[in-house]
Design a protein around this ligand. Structure first.
Ligand code: AMP
Ligand code: MG
Length: 415
């Protein structure tokens, strides 16, 4: 049986990025760049005013003070999006508003609050050194300079930056198509009548959501019944995708045919079990280098195996250079005792209490209990070799779902 680290070490090399495609910027949300992007223009693209006031030559107002203001004729006006201002004659000022291009020759802005307008003239009560309140062309980014790197994910800030550079198409890594094959005679679809002994195939809905969240493309196949021929045929179809995930039928019961079906279809396993709880019977296998993962049918095992093993692999395949979740340190609210042997991923509710994050383990920790995930915002990592945990003890914790949220705003106590 492998540790989680050993399992990941076998799996990750099989999940290389799939190559790139070009997409519109408006459809690039959450994607990972496959190429570096350099600036197409200076940013800001032209010298412009950071304030409302008057554009001047700094030398003309160098002597200005409250008690002896400098008086200048106002030669024109510059506003954002307006006509380009004429060059500024020496000894004059130009009315200017935030974002407006600086007139040629002007090198500083005096803010409106330090001036008094008097007809065609303005009194400047404060000196303004060269560059003051001016956003200089290229001061953020120079034409041709690196803007973003391959592997960067496109969040709103990155998309805004690219948009500001008039870059309307980007090269990103392809999103893997992930075939979802559930197995089990008992499985029915949402909306079906449930005869006695049948259950809804909830796993397919959970996995579809988890794949969307990671950024992969789910391909939900019809559930296969527990027969060898049906599972084999479904696997052959599933192998048209980039990655295959099967659920159920993976352990040693008389109706667990997944292992045998893998063999018959030429899917080579590298391991069958991982020291993780829940989710021990996880299979990782490959068909001509295409990754195939078999997870048990229990819904919680599916979610935990995805979060711990599959998610990092898929993020790597999507082009993420940092695909691993980074836990935070939290403290247990209550004692916890259990049988050691496997790393346990326990569902919990995390709350911020002063400087600490406190985690309360859910009273339901069974691998089939879907209500045990409701309201959960943290997965606590309990090391394999430890049986007893004391209240207040520090534990590594992965935030999950909504993360840390609260009724009160953290700004309530700030002025
Ligand atoms: P198995 O791994 O096939 O032995 O299934 C373990 C448990 O998970 C059984 O109680 C199954 O009924 C249940 N199960 C299997 N597949 C699914 C599924 N797709 N959705 C919900 N529960 C399932
Ligand atoms: Mg089954």
């Amino acid at each position: 049986m492998r540790s989680i680290a050993e399992a990941l070490a076998s799996m990750l090399p099989a999940f290389s990025p799939l190559g790139e495609e070009e997409v519109r910027l408006t459809e690039s949300s959450g994607r990972y760049l496959s190429r570096d992007v350099v600036a197409r223009s200076d940013a800001p693209p032209f010298h412009n005013s950071a304030m409302d006031g008057y554009a001047v030559r700094a030398a003309d107002v160098a002597a200005a003070v409250q008690s002896a203001p400098v008086r200048l004729p106002v030669s024109g006006e510059a506003r954002a999006g307006g006509p380009l201002p004429a060059p500024l004659e020496q000894g004059t000022a130009c009315r200017i508003f935030t974002g407006a291009p600086m007139p040629a020759g002007a090198d500083a802005v005096v803010i409106q609050e330090d001036t008094d307008r008097d007809g065609d003239e303005v009194e400047i009560r404060e000196a303004s050194p060269a560059g003051k309140h001016v956003r200089a062309q290229g001061s953020d980014v120079r034409f041709g300079a690196p803007l973003l790197r391959a592997g960067d994910r496109l969040w709103p800030g990155e998309i805004g930056l690219l948009a500001s550079q008039n870059i309307d198409r980007v090269h990103v890594f392809r999103r893997p198509k992930v075939a979802l094959l559930s197995t089990g005679d008992e499985l029915r679809q949402l909306g079906d009548d449930l005869e006695p002994g049948t259950i809804i195939n909830s796993n397919i809905y959970v996995l579809t959501e988890m794949l969307h969240a990671v950024g992969a493309i789910p391909v939900a196949l019809p559930a296969a019944r527990d027969t060898l021929p049906e599972i084999e045929a479904a696997l052959r179809e599933a192998l048209e995708a980039d990655v295959v995930i099967t659920t159920g039928g993976v352990s040693v019961g008389a109706y667990d045919f997944v292992q045998e079906a893998f063999k018959n279809v030429g899917i080579e396993p590298s391991f069958w079990k991982v020291r993780i709880k829940p989710g021990k019977p996880v299979v990782f296998a490959q068909h001509e280098n295409k990754p195939v993962i078999g997870v048990p049918g229990n819904p919680i095992s599916v979610m935990i195996a995805f979060e711990v093993l599959v998610g990092p692999c898929l993020r790597k395949m999507l082009g993420d250079p940092q695909p691993h979740p980074q836990p935070i340190v939290a403290r247990l609210r209550e004692d916890y005792h259990r049988r050691p042997g496997r790393v346990e991923i326990a569902r919990a509710v995390a709350t911020r209490e002063g400087d600490d994050i406190i985690v309360t383990l859910h009273r339901l920790q069974g691998s089939g209990s879907l209500p045990s995930f409701v309201g959960v915002n943290a997965l606590v990592i309990l090391p394999a070799d430890k049986a007893d945990f004391a209240a207040g003890e520090q534990v590594e914790t992965m935030l999950w779902g909504p993360g840390l949220t609260g009724k009160r705003s953290c700004f309530d106590d700030l002025s």
